[in-house]
Structures are given as structure tokens and as C-alpha cells.
Design a protein around this ligand. Structure first.
Ligand code: SAM
Ligand code: SF4
Ligand code: SF4
Length: 385
């Protein structure tokens, strides 16, 4: 089999050594695991593939992710059993929420089988896990019912506009809006809700879609979330002047809609939530809500409780990291489950990441460098969003 060859610009920079516990185990059952900034581990994002059928310019630009790009071979991917085994260790350490992502997660064959395995697991408190999936929606109409039957609770669908011209410019593969809307309807009909729709706003490309998207999803029981275009990875040619700050998006919405800020529903929530006011100026829950994910203009690192597992078993502690910890040898070893759990605990207990906070306090950087280390960052399609 040929070696994996990928363009140097998007290659992760090797692995970090798994820290050794100096004085006994890093964690004991019943103890709360906290990182260096006192943040617990609650949310695990699992990338199930590094492939995608879209070429969103902000994530997998065509010039890099073209026919010459070599994706991970199947043998490098964690199997469903290996993913489930890894998830069990994370759950033992306090994880309550699993999000399947990618690449495009619905491209992974028989994903329902993995979902059924994960859905059989329980949180430490004996509750069902909150299992969700982020998708571009292209295959959702076909798969929604099977995903629900397997135990998926809800979905988040990415959609960057309602105008075909604009959307096709964003996905760069001529994919029409109507198929994504059909997927969203199928997910609603299957009971995969509450559904969230993510819209990345790129100034100069799709900002004119902000109001049409808000009008369309208002009152449909779907939360629309606006995401600031982020400087993830090193291939999207990110420029600060293409970021539309959430404050500006809110301003556009307020030219037509009356909105009111809502309380965060849980700690570590990435989106700032707003509700609609009715004609009497009273918050009307039936009109739904809007969210803002402001990772460029407003850091939310202080309560970030998310870890990311790549499709080949590397653990990343921050979306903007340049290196991960290779768990695969441990996942595939004959050692018992506690060795894997202790390794993850040792890694989490040393975590100090807060990239967005540092970026806010330092000038914005371009071309894939991080504020303090100036290292190349991992690609979002590899690590999962
Ligand atoms: N393919 C799936 C999808 O698009 O929903 C899942 C993976 S995708 C990497 C996860 C999320 O990351 C999507 O909502 C996408 O819009 C978002 N995303 C990707 N690149 C981004 C960037 N540069 N800035 C902000 N959001 C980004
Ligand atoms: Fe694919 Fe999602 Fe990235 Fe778009 S954002 S290229 S759909 S992985
Ligand atoms: Fe979490 Fe890193 Fe994002 Fe901060 S920058 S919120 S630490 S993923």
C-alpha cells in the first residue's frame, strides 16, 4: 500500500507524547477531572471521516483538496468498535455529549451501526448520552429515519444561504439549496430535533443571506446560528476583513426584527442565544431563536469543555491546535480499558489551551499561524468542527 502523501500545508505536525503520570494515576474513579484552567471534560467531538462531498472555500478549498489530495486509507481509520471503546473512556471521565462530525459524517458507511453502539452507553449518572451529528445535509433526506432509529437524538445542519448562486459559491460543488432543505425537513419529520442550522458568514460572499435565512427559519422550530468565519487550518486563506463580527450580524437582523438576549442554557455553550419579541414586545418562544458563535471577536475559552477525536484516533484539545496525542496504539493494544482512560485523564489534566483568548489579546494572524507559537494549525475537515 502506498504511503499517505498529503500536501505539506495541511499536514498535522506529528504527535505529542502522552504525558506520564508522575505520582500515581492522573485520575481516580469518582474524582472530578479538571484541566489546568479548572475546566471539566464534558463534550467529545468524534470525526468519522476526513472526506467530504463539498468544497466549502472556508474549510476544504478546491485548490488543496483536489484529485491529488490523498485521504486517510481505510486501515488508518478507527473502526466503530474502536471508536466506541474510546468513547467509553471519555464517558468514564465525565463526557455527557457526543457529536459525530468530519469531513462529512454521512459519507462514512453504515454510520447507524456506530450510532447504535454509542447510544447503548450511559453517562456516569446512568443517563442517556446526548448524541448529535453535524452534517452538510446533502445525504440527510435519505438517512434521517435510519439515524433516528439507531438512537441519534438530533442534528445540526450547515447551510450558508438560501440563494442557489450564493450557496453554490460557498459549497463550490454546485450543490443546490433545495436538497439541503429537503434533508432538514426529513430530519424534522424523523424527530431529530431540536434542529440547529449553522451559517458561516463570510463578508463579501454571503452576508446578503443573513435576513432571508432568519426570515425562513423564524417560527419553524429550528435555531439558526451565525458563525464567524474562523482562522482554522492553514489552507482557507483566512483574512480578518472577510470576518463579519456577530455584532454586525445582529445589527443587520435588528433592522427588521426585534430580538432579546437569552440566558445560556448550559455551561460551556458555544452560542450566545437570542429570542424574538412579539408585537407587544414580549419574548415569544414559538418564534424560535437565533445564536451567534463568535469565536473570532469574543473568546469563550474559559469554560471550553470540548475534546476532539480525529478519524485516525488522535486527541486534539483545541480547534486551533497544531498537534494532537495519538491514542490509536492504546486503543488497539491489549491493555485494559483503564490504561486508555488514564492516558486521556493525564492529557486532559495538563490542558492549558485558550487560543481564542490569546487571539483577542494579540493582533489577528493570517496564514495558519497561532498567536503565540506561530505554528501551523490542523485542518477543520481532519479534526472535525
Ligand atoms: N461537513 C459537516 C458540516 O459541514 O456540517 C461537518 C463538518 S464541518 C467541519 C463542521 C462545521 O464547521 C460546519 O458547520 C462548518 O460550517 C464549520 N466550519 C468549517 N470551516 C469553518 C471556518 N473556517 N469558520 C467557521 N466555521 C467553519
Ligand atoms: Fe465539507 Fe463541512 Fe468542510 Fe463544508 S464545512 S467542506 S461540508 S466538512
Ligand atoms: Fe476551546 Fe480552543 Fe475554541 Fe478556546 S479556542 S474555545 S480552548 S476550542
Amino acid at each position: 500500500m502506498s504511503e499517505r502523501v498529503i500536501p505539506i500545508i495541511s499536514q498535522p505536525l506529528g504527535n505529542l507524547p502522552i504525558p506520564q503520570a508522575l505520582k500515581g494515576p492522573a485520575w481516580a474513579p469518582g474524582q472530578q477531572l479538571l484541566d489546568q484552567r479548572k475546566r471539566p471534560l464534558r463534550d467529545l467531538r468524534i470525526s468519522v471521516t476526513d472526506r467530504c462531498n463539498f468544497r466549502c472555500s472556508y474549510c476544504m478549498p478546491k485548490e488543496i483538496f483536489n484529485n491529488d489530495y490523498v485521504y486517510l486509507p481505510h486501515s488508518a481509520l478507527l473502526s466503530f468498535e474502536e471508536i466506541t471503546r474510546t468513547a467509553q473512556s471519555f464517558i468514564a471521565l465525565g463526557v455527557e455529549k457526543l457529536r459525530l462530525t468530519g469531513g462529512e459524517p454521512l459519507l462514512r458507511k453504515n454510520l447507524e451501526v456506530l450510532i447504535a453502539q454509542l447510544a447503548a452507553l450511559k453517562t456516569l449518572a446512568g443517563q442517556d448520552l446526548d448524541i448529535t451529528l453535524t452534517t452538510n445535509g446533502s445525504l440527510l433526506a435519505k438517512k434521517a429515519q435510519a439515524l433516528k432509529s439507531a438512537g441519534l437524538k438530533r442534528v445540526t445542519v450547515s447551510l450558508d444561504g438560501l440563494d442557489d448562486e450564493v450557496f453554490k459559491q460557498m459549497n463550490d460543488v454546485d450543490f443546490p439549496v433545495s436538497d439541503v432543505l429537503e434533508g432538514i425537513q426529513a430530519a424534522q419529520a424523523a424527530g431529530l430535533g431540536p434542529i440547529k442550522v449553522n451559517m458561516v458568514v463570510k463578508r463579501g460572499t454571503n452576508e446578503q443571506e443573513i435576513l432571508p435565512m432568519a426570515r425562513y427559519f423564524k417560527g419553524k422550530g429550528i435555531a439558526l446560528r451565525f458563525i464567524e468565519y474562523m482562522d482554522v487550518g492553514a489552507t482557507n486563506g483566512w483574512r480578518m476583513n472577510e470576518v463579519m463580527p456577530s455584532a454586525d450580524i445582529l445589527h443587520v437582523l435588528q433592522t427588521e426584527m426585534s430580538l432579546t438576549p437569552l440566558q445560556a442554557s448550559q455551561a460551556g455553550e458555544t452560542a450566545e442565544r437570542w429570542g424574538y419579541l412579539n408585537e407587544q414586545g414580549v419574548h415569544d418562544v414559538s418564534l424560535g431563536e437565533i445564536g451567534f458563535i463568535s469565536s473570532v471577536t469574543k473568546a469563550f475559552c474559559s469554560d471550553c469543555n470540548r475534546a476532539r477525536l480525529t478519524t485516525e484516533g488522535q486527541l486534539y484539545l483545541c480547534l486551533f491546535a497544531s498537534q494532537g496525542y495519538d491514542l490509536k496504539p492504546l486503543v488497539r493494544s491489549e491493555l485494559d480499558q483503564s490504561a486508555l482512560t488514564q492516558a486521556i485523564a493525564a492529557i486532559w489534566s495538563q490542558r492549558d489551551d485558550r487560543y481564542s483568548e490569546l487571539r483577542v489579546s494579540e493582533p489577528a494572524l493570517e496564514n495558519g499561524s497561532t498567536p503565540s507559537g506561530a505554528k501551523r494549525k490542523v485542518e477543520m475537515s481532519y479534526i472535525g468542527g
